[in-house]
Design a protein around this ligand. Structure first.
Ligand SMILES: [Zn+2]
Length: 198
């Protein structure tokens, strides 16, 4: 097979939820696309990289001149509550419920096994720094109740304790189906899981 096809396929395969087959479909779709459409895509990607920054406090991607993201900047938000989520999409899902008014921290994934190379993908050091000396009163661990998520929650809880934080550690109430993903929970279910956290 042509090198250019293989090369692009390998890039797409690294995208979340994209497997070998889908990566191939993307490549053939692009091969058929008119040149100006491809140029548009390249420009959009370059634009994204030039404009989007990761918030240094919560790691939420945002656009703008400010040092931190609009959520961390918002003076109406409760700076004493921190909610730890796996990924950006979970933050957006929680924001959409409008039931949460605290801050966030995006962990960057979950791990099934406590192998060093897997664990190092998570923002654990950043999390420690975020919690230390920030006086949080409550830290919500809102990680998906999948097997990997549950293992990761245990790890996160031990990290929080290591920092010596006196924050109350809470978990979302049952309601998110076990093995389910926050991202796909309906807003009402998620809202009540938030309200019933303990
Ligand atoms: Zn932020």
């Amino acid at each position: 097979m042509a090198d250019s096809i293989e090369k692009l396929k390998d890039i797409f395969k690294k995208f979340p939820t994209v497997g070998h087959r889908t990566a191939g479909r993307f490549v053939y779709y692009l091969a058929k696309l008119p040149k100006e459409k491809v140029a548009e895509l390249i420009l959009a990607i370059t634009d994204l990289k030039n404009k989007i920054k990761l918030c240094r406090l919560c790691f939420n991607p945002y656009e703008g001149e400010s040092e931190i993201c609009p959520i961390c900047q918002d003076s109406r938000r409760d700076k004493k509550i921190l909610c730890i989520v796996e990924k950006e999409a979970d933050l957006i899902t929680i924001e959409n419920t409008k039931k949460y008014n605290g801050l966030y921290f995006i962990l960057g994934g979950t791990v099934a096994m406590m192998r060093k190379e897997d664990v190092s993908q998570l923002r654990l050091d950043e999390l420690k720094n975020r919690i230390k000396n920030n006086g949080f009163l409550e830290i919500i661990i809102a990680i998906n109740p999948t097997p990997e998520g549950i293992a990761t929650s245990v790890l996160v809880e031990s990290i929080i304790k290591e920092t010596g934080s006196s924050a109350k550690i809470t978990h979302l109430a049952r309601g998110i189906p076990i093995g389910g993903e926050l991202e796909y929970a309906d807003e009402e279910t998620l809202a009540s899981a938030f309200e019933g956290r303990k």
